[in-house]
Design a binder for this molecule. Structure first.
Ligand SMILES: [Zn+2]
Length: 258
């Protein structure tokens, strides 16, 4: 396959008028770098060819909206931006086996003052207020990331609305008070809800099988522990069945190939 990055980015509606790196414009990494892999001895890597091939097939567009990061100190801010980039890196890898690409990824920012207190989320009502108060007027899924969330990890309508202005037109994709693996799994999980997936278990129980507990759509509290007995294996609990992938692929937010 001959890759024309320019043609693909034009098709994606990505802005290549400015002198910015491919890692920022094409992959959507806010730092313009591949994020570090938090697992010792593992190096994250990306492939232009692989992403280009993905964008020839079904894919989503994302708006990553960071909320109140201006209230973070310098070190915490750098850590938070790495967490965002790792979440973008991971959602591509998690969705790829099911033939769903993640294309144009744009970054947006709401200041702590403008957020009117919604940069730290205290309950699910706050989460809904956030995505109902703000939206990006384009065809991407609005994924809000806040400084912290109390009592839960993220929230999304099941079967979100890609036309903006409705009550279900965004999701709370997580908080940067988590570790990288935890936030990135929640990010992909919430977008999974947005694309129409329910949990793979009832409200008050977890899946019976190990495979079920390692599914992306199991709640974090169902994910098996690592050998330390206290940390959940969020890194390796991100599988999607073919049935789940097929349902997500039928969602109205899915865009056809470039
Ligand atoms: Zn959930």
């Amino acid at each position: 396959m001959d890759i024309s990055l320019k043609n693909i980015m034009a098709c994606e509606g990505a802005d290549f008028s400015e002198d910015q790196s491919v890692l920022f414009r094409f992959f959507g990494f806010i730092r313009g770098q591949v994020p570090p892999d938090p697992q010792a001895g593992t190096t994250a890597s990306v492939s232009v060819r692989q992403l280009a091939e993905q964008l020839e097939g079904d894919h989503i567009h994302l708006n990553v909206i960071r909320v109140g990061f201006d209230a973070l100190g310098d070190t915490a801010l750098q850590d938070a931006l790495i967490e965002l980039d790792y979440s973008i890196y991971r959602i591509r890898n998690i969705y790829r086996p099911r033939g769903i690409g993640v294309g144009r990824t744009l970054h947006w920012f709401i200041t702590s003052d403008d957020s009117d207190g919604l940069d730290t989320i205290g309950d699910t009502g706050d989460a809904r207020d956030l995505w109902r108060s703000w939206s990006v007027d384009n065809n991407g899924i609005d994924a809000f990331v806040v400084r912290s969330i109390s009592g839960f990890f993220g929230l999304s309508p099941v079967d979100g609305d890609c036309d903006k202005g409705g009550k279900s037109d965004g999701c709370l994709a997580g908080g940067v008070d988590r570790d990288d693996e935890g936030l990135s799994r929640t990010f992909a999980h919430e977008v999974g809800h947005f694309l129409g997936e329910e949990h793979n278990h009832g409200n008050n129980n977890c899946p019976n099988t190990n495979a079920g507990r390692r599914n992306l759509m199991a709640q974090t509290g169902c994910v098996p522990f690592l050998s330390d007995g206290t940390t959940r294996d969020t890194r390796n609990s991100v599988n999607l069945t073919s049935a789940q992938g097929n349902r997500m692929d039928d969602h109205e937010c899915i865009r056809g190939g470039c």
